[in-house]
Design a protein around this ligand. Structure first.
Ligand SMILES: [Zn+2]
Length: 192
């Protein structure tokens, strides 16, 4: 499963298909009709893997619902950390981050550092305007730092506009090969 900055969940296979189709359409229509936008407008903000984060989800074996591995809750609001993709209770991580005086501290599950100001993404806020606002605010803070949802630099992708399509395809292929270690490879890329 992957998720966008709005906290929506997507099946990874489906979104890869969507991105490949998108890259293909862009190639075909890149020079002339830039006005043909993808039909699915609710996914218009997803232009590549930089707009998605791989989630590490714990499932309740009985109900097959997503559960927080720390508190064991399934019915309360869940969130994930943008930096590592770990999914946990929003109330739990909120409480934890309020106790910390520094903005950046390790994820309670995998210990990868995250920033409480903009790395917490509420899962499926649906029509809850407050929680939707939380996600939007975080995303704005990221954009101000020229980072994508998955915290990749936005400058790179904007530099060569004509190559975006092929670039997306390349990264998709790479991602397919190493989907299991995607978290680790993302880290490497960021550090380089
Ligand atoms: Zn984590």
């Amino acid at each position: 499963m992957v998720s966008d900055y709005k906290g929506k969940l997507y099946l990874k296979e489906k979104i890869l298909e969507y991105l490949l189709a998108l890259a293909r359409t862009k190639k075909e229509t890149s020079l002339e009709s830039d006005t043909t936008k993808p039909a699915k407008n609710d996914m218009a903000h997803i232009k590549g893997l930089q707009d998605l984060v791989d989630l590490k989800i714990s499932w309740d074996p009985l109900t097959s619902q997503i559960e927080c591995p720390v508190t064991g809750t399934t019915n309360k609001s869940l969130c994930y950390l943008r930096s590592c993709g770990c999914v946990m209770s929003y109330a739990f991580i909120n409480e934890l981050s309020n106790k910390n005086s520094v903005p950046t501290f390790p994820c309670p599950l995998c210990e990868k550092p995250f920033n409480r100001e903009y790395d917490m993404v509420v899962l499926n806020p649906l029509s809850d305007t407050h929680l939707m606002g939380v996600n939007n605010d975080s995303y704005e803070k990221l954009k101000a730092q020229h980072l994508s949802h998955s915290k990749r630099s936005l400058k790179k992708s904007k530099k060569t506009k004509s190559k975006i399509g092929s670039g997306a395809q390349e990264s998709l292929d790479t991602k397919k090969r190493s989907s299991s270690e995607s978290c680790a490879s993302t880290t490497k890329k960021q550090r380089v």
